[in-house]
Ligand binder design. Structure first.
Ligand SMILES: C[S@@+](CC[C@H](N)C(=O)[O-])C[C@H]1O[C@@H](n2cnc3c(N)ncnc32)[C@H](O)[C@@H]1O
Length: 270
Protein backbone atom coordinates (compact mmCIF):
# COMPACT_ATOMS: atom_id res chain seq x y z
CA UNK A 1 0.00 0.00 0.00
CA UNK A 2 1.45 3.38 -1.02
CA UNK A 3 1.66 5.89 1.83
CA UNK A 4 0.49 9.32 0.74
CA UNK A 5 0.78 12.41 2.84
CA UNK A 6 -1.13 15.65 2.83
CA UNK A 7 0.72 18.87 3.72
CA UNK A 8 -0.76 21.14 6.39
CA UNK A 9 -1.76 23.64 3.66
CA UNK A 10 -3.31 20.71 1.79
CA UNK A 11 -5.39 19.81 4.85
CA UNK A 12 -6.64 23.37 5.12
CA UNK A 13 -7.53 23.28 1.40
CA UNK A 14 -9.31 19.95 1.86
CA UNK A 15 -11.39 21.39 4.73
CA UNK A 16 -12.30 24.43 2.66
CA UNK A 17 -13.18 22.50 -0.51
CA UNK A 18 -15.00 19.74 1.36
CA UNK A 19 -17.28 22.42 2.81
CA UNK A 20 -17.76 24.11 -0.56
CA UNK A 21 -17.97 21.06 -2.85
CA UNK A 22 -21.77 20.55 -2.87
CA UNK A 23 -22.46 24.22 -3.56
CA UNK A 24 -19.62 24.49 -6.14
CA UNK A 25 -20.79 21.47 -8.11
CA UNK A 26 -24.47 22.53 -7.98
CA UNK A 27 -24.00 26.18 -8.84
CA UNK A 28 -21.31 25.81 -11.50
CA UNK A 29 -22.29 24.23 -14.79
CA UNK A 30 -19.20 22.36 -15.94
CA UNK A 31 -19.34 20.55 -19.25
CA UNK A 32 -18.20 17.00 -19.93
CA UNK A 33 -18.64 17.45 -23.68
CA UNK A 34 -15.94 20.11 -23.98
CA UNK A 35 -12.68 20.74 -22.10
CA UNK A 36 -12.78 23.91 -19.96
CA UNK A 37 -10.06 26.38 -18.90
CA UNK A 38 -11.97 28.90 -16.79
CA UNK A 39 -15.21 30.80 -16.20
CA UNK A 40 -17.18 32.00 -19.24
CA UNK A 41 -14.27 31.13 -21.53
CA UNK A 42 -14.39 29.18 -24.76
CA UNK A 43 -13.52 25.52 -24.33
CA UNK A 44 -10.93 23.49 -26.17
CA UNK A 45 -13.32 22.89 -29.07
CA UNK A 46 -12.53 26.51 -29.93
CA UNK A 47 -9.08 27.05 -28.40
CA UNK A 48 -7.57 23.80 -29.74
CA UNK A 49 -4.70 23.37 -27.31
CA UNK A 50 -5.23 19.65 -26.63
CA UNK A 51 -3.52 17.06 -28.83
CA UNK A 52 -5.70 16.34 -31.88
CA UNK A 53 -5.86 12.60 -31.14
CA UNK A 54 -6.73 11.80 -27.54
CA UNK A 55 -7.23 8.05 -27.88
CA UNK A 56 -5.01 5.91 -25.63
CA UNK A 57 -3.26 8.97 -24.12
CA UNK A 58 -2.33 8.62 -20.45
CA UNK A 59 -3.50 11.74 -18.62
CA UNK A 60 -3.17 13.20 -15.12
CA UNK A 61 -5.40 16.04 -13.87
CA UNK A 62 -4.26 18.18 -10.91
CA UNK A 63 -6.80 19.88 -8.62
CA UNK A 64 -9.45 18.08 -10.63
CA UNK A 65 -12.54 18.86 -8.55
CA UNK A 66 -15.16 16.49 -9.96
CA UNK A 67 -12.87 15.75 -12.91
CA UNK A 68 -15.15 16.96 -15.69
CA UNK A 69 -12.10 17.50 -17.95
CA UNK A 70 -10.88 13.96 -17.22
CA UNK A 71 -14.34 12.59 -18.01
CA UNK A 72 -14.25 14.49 -21.32
CA UNK A 73 -10.80 13.05 -22.14
CA UNK A 74 -11.84 9.52 -21.15
CA UNK A 75 -14.89 9.74 -23.40
CA UNK A 76 -12.43 10.51 -26.23
CA UNK A 77 -10.47 7.35 -25.44
CA UNK A 78 -7.82 8.58 -22.98
CA UNK A 79 -6.77 6.80 -19.77
CA UNK A 80 -7.31 9.32 -16.98
CA UNK A 81 -6.30 9.91 -13.39
CA UNK A 82 -7.97 12.86 -11.66
CA UNK A 83 -6.31 14.01 -8.47
CA UNK A 84 -7.67 16.29 -5.75
CA UNK A 85 -7.11 16.92 -2.04
CA UNK A 86 -10.86 17.23 -1.32
CA UNK A 87 -12.58 13.89 -0.78
CA UNK A 88 -15.95 15.60 -1.28
CA UNK A 89 -14.95 16.91 -4.70
CA UNK A 90 -13.72 13.42 -5.62
CA UNK A 91 -16.99 11.92 -4.41
CA UNK A 92 -18.84 14.21 -6.83
CA UNK A 93 -16.43 13.06 -9.54
CA UNK A 94 -17.01 9.36 -8.90
CA UNK A 95 -20.79 9.88 -9.01
CA UNK A 96 -20.58 11.95 -12.21
CA UNK A 97 -18.25 9.46 -13.92
CA UNK A 98 -20.53 6.55 -12.98
CA UNK A 99 -23.56 8.44 -14.33
CA UNK A 100 -21.81 9.01 -17.66
CA UNK A 101 -20.18 5.59 -17.78
CA UNK A 102 -16.68 7.06 -17.78
CA UNK A 103 -13.65 5.21 -16.47
CA UNK A 104 -11.58 7.75 -14.50
CA UNK A 105 -9.26 6.89 -11.64
CA UNK A 106 -10.04 9.43 -8.89
CA UNK A 107 -7.10 9.85 -6.55
CA UNK A 108 -6.98 11.56 -3.15
CA UNK A 109 -3.66 13.41 -3.02
CA UNK A 110 -2.01 16.78 -2.43
CA UNK A 111 -0.45 18.57 -5.41
CA UNK A 112 2.44 19.56 -3.15
CA UNK A 113 3.12 15.96 -2.10
CA UNK A 114 2.41 13.95 -5.24
CA UNK A 115 2.45 10.17 -4.77
CA UNK A 116 4.67 7.96 -6.91
CA UNK A 117 3.03 6.83 -10.16
CA UNK A 118 3.62 3.53 -11.92
CA UNK A 119 3.82 5.18 -15.32
CA UNK A 120 4.60 8.52 -16.94
CA UNK A 121 1.96 10.59 -18.71
CA UNK A 122 1.31 11.92 -22.22
CA UNK A 123 -0.72 14.84 -20.83
CA UNK A 124 -0.76 16.54 -17.43
CA UNK A 125 -3.49 19.17 -17.17
CA UNK A 126 -5.11 21.46 -14.66
CA UNK A 127 -7.86 24.07 -14.78
CA UNK A 128 -7.09 26.48 -11.92
CA UNK A 129 -5.61 23.82 -9.62
CA UNK A 130 -1.97 24.96 -9.65
CA UNK A 131 -2.77 28.41 -8.08
CA UNK A 132 -3.49 26.49 -4.85
CA UNK A 133 0.02 25.02 -4.72
CA UNK A 134 2.37 26.40 -2.06
CA UNK A 135 5.34 25.54 -4.34
CA UNK A 136 4.22 25.99 -7.95
CA UNK A 137 7.74 26.03 -9.43
CA UNK A 138 8.54 22.69 -7.75
CA UNK A 139 5.17 21.32 -8.88
CA UNK A 140 5.89 22.26 -12.50
CA UNK A 141 9.30 20.56 -12.23
CA UNK A 142 7.55 17.47 -10.82
CA UNK A 143 5.10 17.52 -13.74
CA UNK A 144 8.00 17.76 -16.20
CA UNK A 145 9.60 14.70 -14.56
CA UNK A 146 6.29 12.81 -14.82
CA UNK A 147 5.80 13.53 -18.54
CA UNK A 148 6.82 11.12 -21.26
CA UNK A 149 9.17 12.57 -23.92
CA UNK A 150 6.95 14.61 -26.24
CA UNK A 151 4.28 14.87 -23.51
CA UNK A 152 2.29 18.05 -22.83
CA UNK A 153 1.69 20.14 -19.71
CA UNK A 154 -1.48 22.23 -20.15
CA UNK A 155 -2.82 24.39 -17.34
CA UNK A 156 -4.66 27.59 -16.48
CA UNK A 157 -3.56 29.93 -13.69
CA UNK A 158 -5.19 33.07 -12.34
CA UNK A 159 -4.14 35.96 -14.60
CA UNK A 160 -2.09 38.49 -12.58
CA UNK A 161 -4.09 41.39 -14.01
CA UNK A 162 -7.32 39.88 -12.71
CA UNK A 163 -5.88 39.98 -9.19
CA UNK A 164 -6.49 43.73 -9.32
CA UNK A 165 -9.61 45.39 -8.00
CA UNK A 166 -12.46 46.31 -10.38
CA UNK A 167 -13.37 49.97 -9.93
CA UNK A 168 -16.29 51.98 -11.31
CA UNK A 169 -15.20 55.63 -11.53
CA UNK A 170 -17.78 58.17 -12.66
CA UNK A 171 -18.40 57.07 -16.24
CA UNK A 172 -15.38 54.86 -16.52
CA UNK A 173 -14.34 51.56 -15.09
CA UNK A 174 -11.24 49.37 -14.99
CA UNK A 175 -8.82 47.48 -12.83
CA UNK A 176 -6.69 48.99 -10.09
CA UNK A 177 -3.48 47.14 -9.20
CA UNK A 178 -1.04 48.00 -6.46
CA UNK A 179 1.69 45.93 -8.08
CA UNK A 180 1.83 43.70 -11.16
CA UNK A 181 4.92 42.00 -9.74
CA UNK A 182 3.23 41.00 -6.46
CA UNK A 183 -0.42 40.35 -7.29
CA UNK A 184 -2.82 40.20 -4.36
CA UNK A 185 -3.63 36.57 -3.52
CA UNK A 186 -7.21 35.40 -4.01
CA UNK A 187 -8.12 34.67 -0.37
CA UNK A 188 -11.22 32.52 0.13
CA UNK A 189 -12.76 31.95 3.53
CA UNK A 190 -15.42 29.58 4.80
CA UNK A 191 -16.68 29.07 8.36
CA UNK A 192 -13.81 26.79 9.34
CA UNK A 193 -11.06 27.27 6.77
CA UNK A 194 -9.27 29.82 4.63
CA UNK A 195 -7.26 29.21 1.48
CA UNK A 196 -5.21 31.28 -0.91
CA UNK A 197 -4.91 30.97 -4.64
CA UNK A 198 -1.93 32.88 -5.94
CA UNK A 199 -1.40 34.62 -9.26
CA UNK A 200 2.09 35.29 -10.62
CA UNK A 201 3.54 37.55 -13.33
CA UNK A 202 3.41 35.65 -16.62
CA UNK A 203 7.19 35.87 -17.06
CA UNK A 204 7.66 34.12 -13.70
CA UNK A 205 5.50 31.14 -14.71
CA UNK A 206 7.28 30.96 -18.06
CA UNK A 207 10.63 30.92 -16.25
CA UNK A 208 9.48 27.96 -14.09
CA UNK A 209 8.39 26.07 -17.21
CA UNK A 210 11.72 26.70 -18.96
CA UNK A 211 13.72 25.80 -15.84
CA UNK A 212 11.81 22.50 -15.74
CA UNK A 213 13.24 21.71 -19.20
CA UNK A 214 9.93 22.13 -21.05
CA UNK A 215 9.35 24.10 -24.24
CA UNK A 216 6.57 26.69 -24.10
CA UNK A 217 4.31 25.99 -27.05
CA UNK A 218 1.40 28.36 -26.37
CA UNK A 219 0.18 31.07 -24.03
CA UNK A 220 -3.41 32.29 -24.23
CA UNK A 221 -5.31 35.08 -22.46
CA UNK A 222 -8.87 34.48 -23.68
CA UNK A 223 -11.71 36.94 -23.16
CA UNK A 224 -15.06 35.81 -21.78
CA UNK A 225 -17.76 34.87 -24.23
CA UNK A 226 -20.59 37.44 -24.36
CA UNK A 227 -22.94 35.41 -22.15
CA UNK A 228 -25.09 38.51 -21.55
CA UNK A 229 -26.02 38.36 -25.24
CA UNK A 230 -26.51 34.59 -25.44
CA UNK A 231 -29.57 32.50 -24.70
CA UNK A 232 -29.59 29.43 -22.44
CA UNK A 233 -29.09 26.99 -25.31
CA UNK A 234 -26.17 28.99 -26.75
CA UNK A 235 -24.58 29.14 -23.30
CA UNK A 236 -24.96 25.44 -22.66
CA UNK A 237 -23.50 24.62 -26.09
CA UNK A 238 -20.58 27.07 -26.10
CA UNK A 239 -19.59 27.89 -22.52
CA UNK A 240 -18.16 24.85 -20.75
CA UNK A 241 -17.73 26.55 -17.36
CA UNK A 242 -20.58 28.80 -16.30
CA UNK A 243 -22.35 30.06 -13.20
CA UNK A 244 -24.73 32.91 -12.51
CA UNK A 245 -22.18 34.47 -10.16
CA UNK A 246 -19.52 34.45 -12.89
CA UNK A 247 -22.03 35.71 -15.48
CA UNK A 248 -22.48 38.83 -13.33
CA UNK A 249 -18.79 39.59 -13.99
CA UNK A 250 -18.99 39.27 -17.77
CA UNK A 251 -18.14 42.97 -18.25
CA UNK A 252 -14.87 42.57 -16.34
CA UNK A 253 -14.01 39.22 -17.92
CA UNK A 254 -14.56 40.52 -21.44
CA UNK A 255 -12.07 43.35 -20.88
CA UNK A 256 -9.41 41.60 -18.80
CA UNK A 257 -8.26 37.95 -18.90
CA UNK A 258 -9.36 35.96 -15.83
CA UNK A 259 -6.82 33.22 -16.49
CA UNK A 260 -3.68 32.64 -18.51
CA UNK A 261 -3.41 29.26 -20.22
CA UNK A 262 0.04 27.73 -20.58
CA UNK A 263 0.90 24.86 -22.89
CA UNK A 264 4.37 23.32 -22.78
CA UNK A 265 5.97 20.16 -24.16
CA UNK A 266 8.73 17.91 -22.98
CA UNK A 267 11.36 17.58 -25.70
CA UNK A 268 11.58 14.24 -27.49
CA UNK A 269 14.70 12.27 -26.54
CA UNK A 270 17.45 12.32 -29.19
C1 LIG B 1 -11.16 26.15 -8.46
S1 LIG B 1 -11.27 24.42 -8.12
C2 LIG B 1 -11.02 23.77 -9.75
C3 LIG B 1 -11.54 22.37 -9.86
C4 LIG B 1 -11.58 21.83 -11.28
N1 LIG B 1 -10.29 21.91 -11.91
C5 LIG B 1 -12.62 22.59 -12.06
O1 LIG B 1 -12.24 23.25 -13.05
O2 LIG B 1 -13.79 22.52 -11.68
C6 LIG B 1 -9.69 24.06 -7.36
C7 LIG B 1 -9.52 22.61 -6.95
O3 LIG B 1 -8.20 22.42 -6.45
C8 LIG B 1 -8.25 21.53 -5.36
N2 LIG B 1 -7.09 21.74 -4.50
C9 LIG B 1 -6.83 22.81 -3.72
N3 LIG B 1 -5.67 22.63 -3.07
C10 LIG B 1 -5.19 21.42 -3.46
C11 LIG B 1 -4.04 20.67 -3.12
N4 LIG B 1 -3.14 21.16 -2.26
N5 LIG B 1 -3.87 19.46 -3.69
C12 LIG B 1 -4.78 18.97 -4.58
N6 LIG B 1 -5.90 19.63 -4.93
C13 LIG B 1 -6.10 20.84 -4.37
C14 LIG B 1 -9.57 21.87 -4.65
O4 LIG B 1 -10.02 20.83 -3.83
C15 LIG B 1 -10.49 22.16 -5.84
O5 LIG B 1 -11.19 21.00 -6.24
Amino acid sequence: MIQRSITSAGEEHANFWNELADEYQTETRISITDFHYGPLLPGDTQLKLLPPDLSELTCLELGAGAGQNSIYLNKAGAHCTALDVSEKQLEHGRTLAARHIADVHFLHADIDELPPFEQNFDLIHSAYGIPFSSHPAALIQHCADLLKPGGQLLFSMGHPVYAGEWLELDEDQGIFMQSYFHPQPDVRESEDAAVQARAYPLSEVIAWIKEAGLHITDLREPAALPVDQMNEVEISMNVPYYSIAWAEQVKELSKFPVVAIFSAHKPLED
